[in-house]
Structure formats: C-alpha cells, structure tokens
Design a protein around this ligand. Structure first.
Ligand SMILES: [Zn+2]
Ligand SMILES: [Zn+2]
Length: 391
C-alpha cells in the first residue's frame, strides 16, 4: 500500500491540501473545502493505508469507493500523457544477427541482417479497466502497447517498459525528438489494431474467473437437476404403480401425480432461468489512460526474401526493457515471433494468416484478402479478431 499512500499524498498535494506522512503507513491531511467535499473527509483527517492504522485514521484501500473519489478529484487530468524516456545508458546488443535469430522465426522465407542504428521511437501504452459481473465480480486493469514507429505489438514488453519508466525521471518531450520519432497513428488504424488485441487480453485476464464461474454453474445445475429428477422419478413411480388400479380414488391419485410431475417440470424450468440470470455475465471495458512515450531504441533492418520478392522490415531492440520487440505483423495479433510471408506482397502474418481456405483448401494471404478467398469467394473466416461480445 506504499504506492497508494504516495499517490494519495501527491494527489492531495496537487489539490492544495497540506499532507504529512505519519506512522504506521498513514497520512495526516489538512484539506481545503473542495477536496473535503469530494473525498468526504473533515478538515483535519488522518488516513491509514496499512493493516495497522494510525490512531483515529480512516482506512483507505483499493476496495470501497476510494478509487472513485480519487477519480472525481483527478477528473480527466492525466488521461493522455506524453513523456520522454532518458537516453539509454545500456550498451547496444553486440550480436544483432543472433538477436534476430531469436526475435523472428520465418516459416517460409529467409531474412538477412542489413544494419542497425540508434533511434528514438514513439510507443503508445494504453490502460483499460475491465469489470466482469456475474454471480461474483472481477475487475482489473490491463495495459497494451504498440511501437508506432515499427508497427509492432509490444506484448510482454509493455510491463518491462512500464517498470523502467516508473524508475526513470519524468522528462518533458523535446519537440525535435518528437518530430524525429515519427507521427502517431490515426484513429481508424489504432482502432483496427486495438480491438482484437483488447478482446484477446480481456479474455486472457478473465479466463480463470470464467472457468471458476462455469464450475460453479455446472455444480449448481447438477444439484438442481438431481433434486428435480429425484422428485419427478418418485411421482412417475407412483403413477406407474397406479397404472393397473381402477376406481375413483385411483383416478384422483393419478390426476394428482400427473399435476405434480407438471409442477416439478415447471419449477425446474423456472429455477434454470434463475440460474441463467444469476450467472449471466455482464462485462464492461473502459479506456483509462494513454501514455505516449518517446523511447530510445536500436533499430535493426532486415531484408526478407520470399521467392523472387524482397522487403525491408525493421525491428526495435529496447534498451529500457533489454528486449527485442515482436516482429511486425500485417495480419493477426502479432504477439509471438513466428511469421509467414505471403507470395504477392510479402506481408508478414501469423501462420493462420496464410492458412488454406476452409472451403476450397487453397492457401491465401489474409492481409491481401481480408474478407474472402480470392479463388472461391468463401468468407476468410478465421477466428483471430474476436470481439468483446464473443466472450
Ligand atoms: Zn477458397
Ligand atoms: Zn499478402
């Protein structure tokens, strides 16, 4: 909770409060009226962040509505941030060819190293908050990133870059460096790249939650079924026993048991509806923050050759993360390092992007033909761009 205390102190300080750290893990705050109104605290307040509270302190944590109150105080400040990383002191990688052999696996083409230079590039790191609500609630933050200079999806590099930036001094952006780092993406390009990646990451984050939910649902469904099946079996047995019996009493018993079976079945259906309702998943994903950061990189140039064609591509090695980014990808999420190259335009795609057509069996490039197979016109349906709704 040290981070939350630091954040709270900085936020309150920005809003004109006088803030003093107190122990254990607390803050003493003299808050001006607007802050008091938003945070619902008295003029002199003590806040506690640890398991042990200072005397007279109110507990501040991630649970409860403290985050919402802080959000109100923040307003939309800090939602779009631009900063610059300090120049790198990490020496450039010695053996670029070796790095590339780990950084890019080409299934059906060859690549030749063509050179390396120190550059600045622009990375976009986006934070999203997801909330999944069914019989239980799960919420969290996730970060996604792109290198706008090379087009790479940053994948696990995002966490490393964030960690390195958290340690680095805050530097405003030098306009000349900004210009040299190249332009950003326009909204349609960003959206096209972001949507499938976000859906993939949300699904990944929620997978354990959804698995546990399904287990509970199956357990509850099993119990419900067993209970009603048992009752129904008893009623049916009575009916079977009455099959040979005649007389008014037997007729009345038969009617009663027949009604009972219908009532059990109706009750089961109603309970099933309740269960469905109880376990229905309501998912929201909201954008929280965008960080545009200029970072130093070693840009490696590679010539990709496939049959008679060749194409120059670039991959950045990030000294802040001491890691190579995934290679560019013209189709697919581009998170791993395996690519296939298309014959016509030398697109780099995930292997599924060159897969055979499900209808005619002829392979084709999904970057060249995103909608339909060029040979038979069948939809180029390959599940790579799932929408959030598919969850
Ligand atoms: Zn086809
Ligand atoms: Zn292609």
């Amino acid at each position: 909770m040290a981070l939350l205390r630091e954040f709270t102190a900085a936020l309150l300080d920005r809003h004109g409060a006088a803030v003093e750290p107190i122990e254990p893990e607390g803050l003493e705050v003299l808050a001006p009226p607007p802050v008091r109104a938003v945070l619902d605290v008295p003029e002199m307040a003590r806040l506690g962040f640890g398991t042990e509270l200072p005397a007279g302190a109110r507990r501040v944590g991630l649970e409860g509505d403290w985050l919402e109150r802080f959000g109100l105080l923040l307003g939309d400040r800090g939602q779009w941030v631009e900063r610059q990383a300090p120049p790198s002191e990490v020496p450039p990688p010695g053996d670029a060819e070796r790095l590339l052999s780990h950084g890019l696996v080409l299934d059906n083409a060859v690549a030749r190293f063509r050179g390396q230079e120190a550059r600045w590039t622009r990375c976009l790191i986006l934070a999203f908050r997801y909330t999944a609500l069914s019989d239980e609630k799960r919420e969290g933050l996730l970060w996604l990133g792109f290198n706008l200079g090379t087009g790479a999806t940053l994948g696990e590099l995002v966490a490393r870059l964030r960690a390195a930036l958290a340690e680095a001094p805050w530097l405003p952006v030098d306009p000349e460096r900004r210009a040299r780092a190249g332009p950003g993406w326009d909204a349609p390009v960003l959206e096209a790249r972001l949507r499938p990646l976000l859906a993939h990451r949300v699904r990944q984050e929620l997978a354990p939650f959804l698995r546990a939910m399904r287990r509970r649902l199956e357990r509850d469904h099993g119990r419900l079924y067993a209970y009603h099946d048992d009752l129904r079996a008893q009623a049916l047995k009575k009916l079977a026993d009455l099959a040979e019996v005649t007389g008014d009493k037997a007729d009345a018993d038969r009617r009663r048991e027949t009604q009972r079976v219908a009532a059990i079945e109706q009750d089961y259906r109603a309970k099933l509806d309740d269960l469905r309702h109880n376990y229905a998943l309501n998912l929201t994903v909201a954008w929280v923050q965008a960080l545009e950061v200029l970072v130093p990189v070693q840009r490696l140039a590679l010539l990709v050759r496939r049959r008679k064609g060749e194409r120059l591509i670039h991959l950045d090695w990030h000294p802040l993360a001491r890691q190579m980014e995934p290679p560019p990808c013209d189709w697919g999420l581009g998170l791993d390092r395996v690519r296939q190259v298309c014959d016509d335009r030398l697109h780099l795609t995930e292997p599924a992007g060159q897969a055979p057509c499900p209808a005619c069996g002829k392979p084709f490039c999904r970057a060249c033909h995103p909608k339909t197979c060029p040979r038979c016109g069948a939809p180029a349906a390959v599940a790579v761009s799932p929408s959030i709704e598919d969850l």
